[in-house]
Design a binder for this molecule. Structure first.
Ligand SMILES: Cc1cc2nc3c(=O)[nH]c(=O)nc-3n(C[C@H](O)[C@H](O)[C@H](O)COP(=O)(O)OP(=O)(O)OC[C@H]3O[C@@H](n4cnc5c(N)ncnc54)[C@H](O)[C@@H]3O)c2cc1C
Length: 312
């Protein structure tokens, strides 16, 4: 591509796809770089029921497809399976290295989202893909008639535990605190599900295997005493996310934990560089906030382009 990109968007999740829609609809030359297929984390969840205007909810991957099609309809261009390896400043704009090619952009919106955090306990690495998973939608069907553990206490953990009951005979829900932080209505539905057994105040300390597959999850109390060993064939972890912010660590200010610091216009500390969605230091990590922030970032990038500040 020889043209200079007006708005380069790194990441094709809900934040990036919404930014692409707003940028392309305003007739800016808008290009989305995405490591995999567009959609982001929602591809890994079966059902989203808290996106406004969809009272019945919708499959996560389907929302991703619709957001992608919507942005493309208005002229956004996509570089899929193109991981951005390097982002540097050049001539008042940005140099982007992706997929063995080099691109020049006037503005950049970082929408690289987040990846699931790991528990970091014994057996986790050894049994990843052999019973340890971070995606119930991808792997749930493998546990038909079996027993699994879900670790976590937020919306994702409880939603995914309920989803897993479609397949598993029993789902042990393990949380280190005495209370869940998931939304109350999700808790109510979860507690009413007879296949789900709660283990509150329990900390997973080891994943045990037999014949190369997960066979048990060892739990301790919050104060470190031995508690119980759950016989399970799968362990699903939903204990938060970690931001994909390495690309901008030398360009923009990061908050503790690596989140990209943004102002109310989604501007970072570097002129012309915006960030939106789960990668930012804003507290609510949801599809609706990612979409809203993507729209704001594109709107501000367009204003920046119109202001003529960028020398490119
Ligand atoms: C299991 C689960 C259930 C959830 N349930 C809900 C729910 O019910 N309701 C709700 O509102 N939210 C839910 N969420 C949260 C929601 O998915 C996220 O808040 C949302 O996806 C964040 O969007 P994003 O665009 O900021 O980032 P992401 O969705 O993380 O997308 C970022 C994209 O950037 C790409 N990327 C990263 N680095 C690069 C790079 N260097 N180059 C190119 N591309 C890159 C990634 O491949 C990814 O596609 C759930 C999340 C999970 C994991």
């Amino acid at each position: 591509m020889s043209d200079i990109i007006d708005i380069a968007i790194i990441g094709g999740g809900p934040a990036g796809l919404t930014a692409a829609l707003y940028g392309a609809r305003a007739r800016a030359n808008t290009v989305v770089f995405e490591t995999a297929l567009p959609g982001g984390q929602i591809i890994t969840t079966d059902w989203i029921e808290n996106y406004p205007g969809m009272p019945e909810g919708l499959n996560g991957a389907r929302i991703g497809e619709l957001m992608h099609a919507h942005a493309e309809k208005f002229g956004a261009q996509f570089r899929t399976f193109a991981q951005v390896e390097k982002l540097t400043d050049e001539s008042g704009g940005f140099r982007i290295e992706a997929d063995d090619e080099s691109y020049l952009a006037r503005t950049v919106i970082l929408a690289t989202g987040a990846i699931p955090r790991k528990l970091g306990i014994a057996g986790e690495a050894e049994y990843t893909g052999r019973g340890v998973s971070w995606c119930a939608t991808c792997d749930g069907a493998l546990y038909r008639g079996k027993t699994v553990a879900v670790v976590g206490g937020g919306d994702a953990a409880l939603e995914e535990a309920m989803f897993l009951t479609k397949f598993a005979e029993r789902v042990h829900l393990v949380h280190r605190r005495d209370e869940f932080r998931a939304t109350k209505c999700i808790q109510e539905r979860c507690f009413a599900n007879e296949k789900i057994e709660l283990h509150l105040g329990r900390v997973p300390v080891e994943i045990v295997g037999q014949a190369g597959k997960v066979s048990a999850l060892v739990l301790e109390t919050a104060t470190g005493e031995a508690a119980e060993t759950l016989e399970v064939q799968g362990v699903f972890e939903f204990v938060g996310v970690h931001p994909n912010s390495d690309l901008v660590k030398d360009l923009a200010d990061l908050a503790d934990g690596g989140w990209v610091m943004v102002d109310s216009s989604m501007g970072t500390s570097y002129a012309g560089l915006y960030a939106a969605g789960d990668v930012t230091n804003t507290p609510l990590k949801q599809v609706v906030t990612a979409a809203g922030q993507g729209a704001t970032a594109a709107f501000e990038a367009l204003r920046y382009l119109d202001s003529g500040v960028c020398p490119l």
